[in-house]
Design a protein around this ligand. Structure first.
Ligand code: SF4
Ligand code: FE2
Length: 635
């Protein structure tokens, strides 16, 4: 049996794991154990079930070396990887599509959502080449939505508009030469499914190029498009203070948890939690407390200051407090096991999307047209659920850590502008040039139960910031770092190296915060990785170099989801060294795994994957990479 300290470094999570163990409630850690040993063919990526002559599997040590159709390990591994990356891409693109649909309906006056950031709407419209003068906001919103739809389903063979408008020319040339410029998202995702069916593509390198193309679809029609439109509708984040970990749940309040990824619903839930406060009081509660899990939690943290309760691996444990009256989910990263945990401890699980239902959950079919009524219904269900809660079985861990979040690119530039209003990027670039800041690393992505929860995120980042590396974070990585105290100015004082500390203190003072900026800037949800992309493009542009030449790197320390693979592929396609704590299922092909972690990927794109499970070694590897990039720039 695995000991508790091997399962997680999060003390609140350990407390809840003791509780589930005592009560005989299974969690994700138990199920991992029950799966041992996991299928070796699956781990290596050398099983195929893409046709009814299969399933086939390749013997990594000899025969059979081919499936029934003749596909070898290289073909099967590359095909499986392309399908996984297309899966991740489809999740982000579908998410982006939902928010574009909302913008379109706002423009047509069909739904009760407002445009919160007209300035961003105009900036995006201008970048898309739209005329903005003398146009009213709703007309412009309609035109931006139209342009966005073209990036999903254009019937021409032109390059995807969102990529053409925002990618640097140097990258467009590089991708053009490789033949990987995407036309539109739907077409490329469809093509990837076609390309990987039985008897189509057998060439591992051609399949890898198609995978790069999926990464570009993900980065521009998924991440970037989703963030841009969400900022237009819900506002561009500004620095915000909150607290995180299970201690944010309140025993005397109705506790509503939002979980999933798409903010269309969670924004309304937050609004209705505030509006129905009196009904909650009438039911005997002190009020309504809303908290977040995963990225829909990040979205409402960034814009509304809603406290994150926990990250991916803590979702069952939040229910084990017995204090969650209702958990409402949209899509992605939601464990079906939530139902069993809620049945033991209390709380209702509400699903809301036609593509995301769980047996045992209550389903409220959420629509944009009736968003307010449905959000109100869901919050009322939570109040009702509170009435049924057994207070004797409530056990909320004390852990609650202060954090600062809300660092959009606009917010970062706003803070820097307090030092130099004319030339806001200059202070940051000067600090990188003079070595006070060695470089920057973005840590992103999931928890994966194969690691001690949060350990790789936290230990890696502690090493990085101690060595004067500025860290930006999103997704469940940001949650992990928040729980460990690294999203707070105190970490700048106590953990950051002297150069980084001095810069963050100067910026914090100039911005009138009365304290340093945190050493890790929380930039948002997983789709908000596009914010990191935007920042890098702006920095490269400022310096007159390519993104691939910057002293920067990316890291998904504990990757789990197919989305992590598509985001990582986008990062590599941008020319960025991308660390992963564990490899995807590709080790059954030396051709494929060699290409991804070395040649020809590095010479073609400038980036590559770097696999290292040990956080201290990974930090060393990333720091050496930043140093070599600095050297090449003559710094
Ligand atoms: Fe086997 Fe080829 Fe069919 Fe895959 S596509 S299951 S390798 S016969
Ligand atoms: Fe996420």
């Amino acid at each position: 049996k695995m000991s508790l300290d091997k399962k997680t470094i999060d003390r609140a999570a350990r407390q809840m794991l003791e509780r589930t163990r005592a009560d005989g409630v299974k969690t994700v850690w138990d199920r991992l154990e029950a799966q041992q040993p996991q299928c070796g063919f699956g781990l290596l990526g050398i099983c195929c079930r893409n046709c009814l002559q299969g399933p086939c599997r390749i013997n990594p040590f000899g025969e059979p070396s081919r499936g029934v159709c003749g596909a070898d390990a290289d073909t099967i591994v590359a095909r499986n990887l392309l399908r996984s990356v297309a899966g991740g891409t489809s999740a982000h693109v579908d998410h982006a599509y939902e928010v574009v649909e909302a913008l379109d309906k706002i423009a047509k006056g069909q739904i009760d959502y407002q445009i919160q950031d007209e300035h961003k709407l105009k900036a995006i419209a201008t970048k898309l080449g739209l005329e903005t003068d003398q146009k009213d906001i709703t007309t412009l919103a309609g035109e931006v939505a139209e342009k966005a739809f073209e990036s999903f389903t254009n019937h021409t063979s032109e390059t995807m508009g969102w990529l053409a408008a925002w990618a640097p020319q140097e990258r467009i040339d590089t991708w053009g030469k490789l033949g990987v410029l995407p036309r539109n998202a739907d077409r490329e995702i469809r093509e990837a499914m076609h390309q990987t069916t039985m008897g189509v593509d057998a060439d591992p390198i051609n399949l890898l190029l198609a995978t790069v193309k999926q990464g570009l679809v993900d980065g521009f029609a998924g991440l970037k498009l989703a963030t841009d439109i969400q900022d237009i509708i819900f506002g561009t984040p500004q620095p915000v203070k909150a607290e995180t970990n299970l201690g944010v749940l309140k025993a005397d309040h109705v506790n509503v948890v939002v979980h999933g990824h798409v903010p269309l619903l969670s924004e309304k839930i937050v609004e209705w939690c505030r509006r129905l406060e009196e009904e909650a009081k009438a039911a005997g509660a002190a009020g309504i407390n809303v908290a977040g899990i995963c990225c829909t939690g990040n979205e409402v943290l960034m814009r509304q200051g809603v406290p994150p309760a926990t990250n991916f691996l803590g979702q069952e444990l939040a229910l084990a407090t017995g204090a969650v009256d209702l958990m409402v989910v949209d899509a992605q990263c939601i464990m079906p096991s939530l139902i069993n945990v809620a049945q033991c401890y209390h709380g209702e699980i509400v699903t809301t999307m036609p593509i995301s239902k769980i047996p045992g959950a209550h389903h409220v079919p959420f629509t944009l047209e009736e968003a307010d009524q449905q959000a109100r219904e869901i919050v009322r269900r939570a109040i009702n659920s509170f009435k049924k809660r057994d207070m004797n079985r409530v056990q909320i861990p004390e852990e609650k850590v202060p954090i600062v979040a809300g660092f959009s690119v606009e917010a970062i530039i706003g803070a820097l502008a307090k030092i130099n209003a004319e030339d806001p990027l200059k202070p940051l670039v000067e600090s990188i040039k003079n070595g006070a800041i060695l470089g920057a690393v973005g840590t992103v992505g999931c928890n994966n139960v194969k690691f001690t929860q949060d350990l790789v995120h936290v230990e890696l980042v502690k090493q990085l910031i101690a060595n004067d590396v500025l860290v930006v974070a999103t997704g469940c990585s940001a949650h992990a770092l928040g729980k460990a105290g690294l999203l707070h100015p105190d970490a700048t004082k106590n953990v950051a190296g002297p150069g980084l500390r001095q810069v963050l203190t100067a910026v914090g003072e100039a911005a009138g915060l009365g304290e340093p900026l945190p050493p890790v800037l929380h930039m948002g949800s997983c789709v908000d990785n596009s914010r990191i992309g935007d920042l890098l493009i702006a920095l490269a542009d400022y310096l007159g170099v390519a993104v691939k030449d910057l002293p920067v790197a990316a890291s998904a320390p504990e990757p789990q989801h197919e989305k992590a693979l598509s985001i990582g592929t986008w990062a590599v396609a941008m020319g960025i060294l991308t660390h992963v704590g564990l490899p995807p299922h590709v080790l059954g092909s030396a051709t494929v795994s060699g290409a991804l972690t070395g040649q020809p990927v590095e010479s073609l794109l400038g980036g590559k994957f770097y696999v290292e499970a040990d956080p201290v070694k990974a930090a060393e590897g990333l720091i050496n990479h930043l140093k070599s990039k600095r050297k090449a720039l003559g710094l």
